[in-house]
Design a protein around this ligand. Structure first.
Ligand SMILES: *[C@@H]1O[C@H](CO)[C@@H](O)[C@H](O)[C@H]1NC(C)=O
Ligand SMILES: *[C@@H]1O[C@H](CO)[C@@H](O)[C@H](O)[C@H]1NC(C)=O
Ligand SMILES: *[C@@H]1O[C@H](CO)[C@@H](O)[C@H](O)[C@H]1NC(C)=O
Ligand SMILES: *[C@@H]1O[C@H](CO)[C@@H](O)[C@H](O)[C@H]1NC(C)=O
Ligand SMILES: *[C@@H]1O[C@H](CO)[C@@H](O)[C@H](O)[C@H]1NC(C)=O
Ligand SMILES: [Ca+2]
Ligand SMILES: [Ca+2]
Length: 495
């Protein structure tokens, strides 16, 4: 019954589209604009009905229908989506599914549009961009998540007003710099508490907690000369009351030297979703991972590998989407080969405290395929871009086992993955993922030879506190010919 309805709807939509686009071809430019807009309205109205079906999505907590935290329907119940591995590709799929232009999507994380009121249905969503629906992307399984309520994923689908002469991107988002004094207050010790900023009239005002992350917290601690951020907290624990003038949508990149260089969303002022305010805990002892790009340059090479040997890796999402397509469609898929760009990733802890996984030991996941526990879902990402900056291949070291592989002279290795050992990286020790390790690659089978850029990032989602994130990623040249691949010219930057 419901399937018949669904089919009806699709036929109706297709018909409506056809009529409108046919009539659109002979209309004058002026009315063409109107038609385009009417068509969008029509499609959207009917997509609304589609939401009743499992896999339907909606946006909640935003200012209009173009933005909000993403909720998805499964077994008749709406649920939230976690921001782990949530980026532009996933946001584009959401905007496309809602009937908006997918090339104008912006992902949001850290519950930017308020804390989720429902349980997480999806976590570690990983789309390749060709999916028509979010539920077609790979993810951990319905209801399987390790996320806290400050990790809701959302989108801003930028509004585009079609214009026959040019495409105008209309967005209501106005970012403004924060140009006032800040302080911490309400904490048990001076280095923790809610963040307050001074208003023009000299009063102190709190900040809305929506979207508050370690990146903003780090800049707050640096500005106050209190070291680094151990934690970014969305809470009422340290007191504080939101007002009509409280800033919201506060965003820092994490490399600012002062909080005054951070931005906030002007249109969100006084419009906090919940009651919680932004708070931090500062510390002077913290880890600081540094990516060793010399090792990257030295170790990079190409390898053609039959898919037979990649079965474990494919289980952990380490091959490009085309590999999964082949696996589905070709009975002899395991004889097909993939071209891999392999390299060693080496991360030194140059801080003054150990780097420890956020997930407690009892929640670590045993991975049968690789025979070790995964303590951290996304430790590193490897992205290949073409020279216009478009992401063309993605490697994804989604699961890791952290340990001390090599230490500076005089330092005893402490962390080891074997035998359910403690995981982490000690000060002055390096965790090394050798080029021979499974998943330590980018699957570039779909790339044409040419000049590219490659970006390798560790702790890419800022989920674990560090002193500095500007040494966590390297952007390098990647030269790819028919027979050879080389990485060169690296520079450190933010993930
Ligand atoms: C577009 O829609 C508006 C109202 O929704 C209607 O008044 C107008 O006639 C429509 N324009 C065209 C060209 O269909
Ligand atoms: C279309 O673009 C032109 C040139 O930028 C502008 O003058 C005009 O006002 C636009 N029309 C609409 C309907 O936005
Ligand atoms: C911070 O990083 C951004 C993006 O990587 C860069 O454009 C900006 O110049 C950096 N700012 C500082 C103060 O280093
Ligand atoms: C990068 O990829 C995009 C999309 O595939 C394409 O439009 C663009 O021309 C490419 N740029 C270069 C320099 O190859
Ligand atoms: C780590 O190495 C640096 C530089 O070699 C040294 O200054 C620092 O004291 C070492 N830290 C520890 C805890 O060994
Ligand atoms: Ca997760
Ligand atoms: Ca770092």
């Amino acid at each position: 019954m419901s399937e018949v309805k669904y089919l009806d709807l699709i036929l109706f939509l297709a018909g409506a589209l056809l009529i409108l686009s046919v009539s659109g071809t002979w209309a004058s430019d002026r009315s063409n604009d109107v038609l385009v807009r009417n068509r969008t309205v029509l499609i959207r109205k009917h997509l609304k009905r589609l939401k009743k079906i499992d896999g339907g999505i909606r946006l909640v907590g935003g200012r209009d229908e173009y933005e909000g935290n993403v909720e998805i329907l499964y077994k008749g119940t709406w649920g939230a989506v976690c921001d782990d591995e949530w980026d532009l590709t996933e946001a584009s799929v959401v905007c496309k599914q809602l009937g908006y232009q997918n090339n104008n999507a912006q992902p949001t994380s850290n519950s930017y549009f308020g804390k989720p009121k429902r349980k997480f249905w999806m976590d570690n969503v990983f789309c390749d961009g060709s999916e028509r629906e979010l539920s077609n992307c790979r993810f951990d399984g319905w209801g399987k998540s390790d996320c806290s309520d400050s990790e809701a994923a959302g989108v801003i689908c930028l509004q585009v007003v079609e214009n026959s002469t040019n495409k105008e991107h209309k967005t209501h988002i106005k970012k403004t710099t924060i140009n006032t004094a800040i302080r911490l207050t309400g904490g048990r010790i001076p280095t923790e508490g809610r963040v307050e900023i001074q208003t023009i009239r000299g009063e102190w005002d709190v900040i809305c907690s929506d979207g508050w992350s370690l990146r903003e917290a780090l800049v707050v601690c640096k500005t106050l000369s209190m070291g680094y951020a151990a934690d970014a907290i969305q809470t009422t624990f340290f007191g504080g009351k939101l007002s009509k003038t409280s800033l919201a949508g506060v965003k820092c990149l994490g490399n600012e030297t002062s909080f005054s260089q951070c931005k906030y969303d002007d249109a969100l002022t006084g419009m906090c979703e919940g009651h919680e305010v932004a708070a931090v805990a500062c510390t002077t002892s913290l880890s600081d991972l540094v990516l060793d790009y010399d090792e990257l340059i030295r170790s990079a090479y190409l390898q053609d590998q039959p898919m037979f040997f990649l079965q474990c890796a494919m289980e952990e999402n380490c091959a490009a989407s085309s590999a999964y397509q082949i696996q589905k469609e070709n009975d002899a898929w395991h004889l097909e080969t993939r071209r891999l760009l392999r390299f060693t990733a080496r991360a030194l802890n140059a801080g003054n405290a150990d780097f420890r996984p956020v997930i407690p030991k009892h929640l670590w996941e045993w991975h049968m395929c690789h025979m070790h526990y995964h303590s951290m879902e996304v430790f590193a990402t490897f992205d290949v871009f073409n020279l216009s900056g478009k992401k063309v291949a993605e490697g994804h070291k989604a699961s890791f086992c952290l340990e001390d592989n090599q230490c500076l002279p005089g330092i005893e290795p402490k962390y080891a993955c074997a035998n359910y050992g403690d995981q982490g990286i000690s000060v002055n020790c390096s965790d090394i993922y050798k080029h021979t390790v499974d998943c330590q690659w980018v699957d570039i089978s779909d790339l044409e030879p040419g000049n590219y850029k490659i970006k390798v990032s560790i702790n890419p989602e800022y989920k674990i506190a560090e002193m500095d994130y500007q040494n966590n990623a390297a952007m390098c040249d990647f030269i790819y010919t028919a027979s050879f691949g080389a990485i060169s010219n690296c520079a450190l930057e933010l993930p």
